[in-house]
Ligand binder design. Structure first.
Ligand SMILES: [Zn+2]
Length: 144
C-alpha cells in the first residue's frame, strides 16, 4: 500500500495527492482550500462522476437513486450517516439517475437504489435495495 493516494475533492473535483497519514488531520484541497474529508455524500453529475469513480484511490460508494423513488428517499439519511461513519475510508456519492441517465446507463442499473463501490475506475461490488446505515457500513467495509 502506497503512503499517498489520489483523493478527488468533493467540492471542486480536483484530484489531490495526499499522504494517507494526513486523512485524519482534516486535509484541505490544494485548489479550492475546502476540507477534503467531509463525511458527507457528494452529489455527482456526468463530469464529476467520471472524475471521482475514475481517479479516486479512496473507494467511492455511489448511490444510484432518483427523486421519485420512495425507498431511495428513505435510505438517504442512513446513507449520509454511513458516509460520516466511514469518513476518510470511503467517499460517499450520489448519482441522480433521472437527471443523468447517460451516466448511469452503462452500468445497467435495473432497480434503485443500487449502491456501487468503485476504486480507480473499477467496480468492486454492487448491491440493490435500501439498507439501514449499519448494514451499509458493514457491506462497504467487507468490500474495501
Ligand atoms: Zn477542491
Amino acid at each position: 500500500m502506497s503512503d499517498s493516494l489520489h483523493y478527488v475533492c468533493p467540492h471542486c473535483h480536483t484530484t489531490n495527492r495526499i499522504a494517507r497519514a494526513q486523512l485524519g488531520n482534516q486535509p484541505s484541497c490544494g485548489s479550492c482550500h475546502q476540507p477534503l474529508v467531509t463525511g458527507e455524500p457528494v452529489a455527482l453529475d456526468a463530469d464529476s462522476f467520471a472524475r471521482h469513480t475514475g481517479r479516486s484511490q479512496l473507494p467511492v460508494v455511489v448511490d444510484f437513486w432518483a427523486p421519485w423513488c420512495g425507498p431511495c428517499r428513505m435510505m438517504a439519511p442512513g446513507f449520509a450517516q454511513a458516509a460520516k461513519t466511514l469518513a476518510g475510508q470511503a467517499q460517499f456519492a450520489k448519482l441522480d439517475t433521472e437527471a443523468h441517465p447517460q451516466t448511469s446507463a452503462p452500468f445497467g442499473i435495473r432497480s434503485i437504489p443500487t449502491m456501487v463501490v468503485f476504486k480507480e475506475g473499477k467496480e468492486l461490488a454492487r448491491i440493490s435495495g435500501a439498507l439501514p446505515p449499519g448494514e451499509i457500513v458493514r457491506w462497504v467495509q467487507s468490500v474495501i
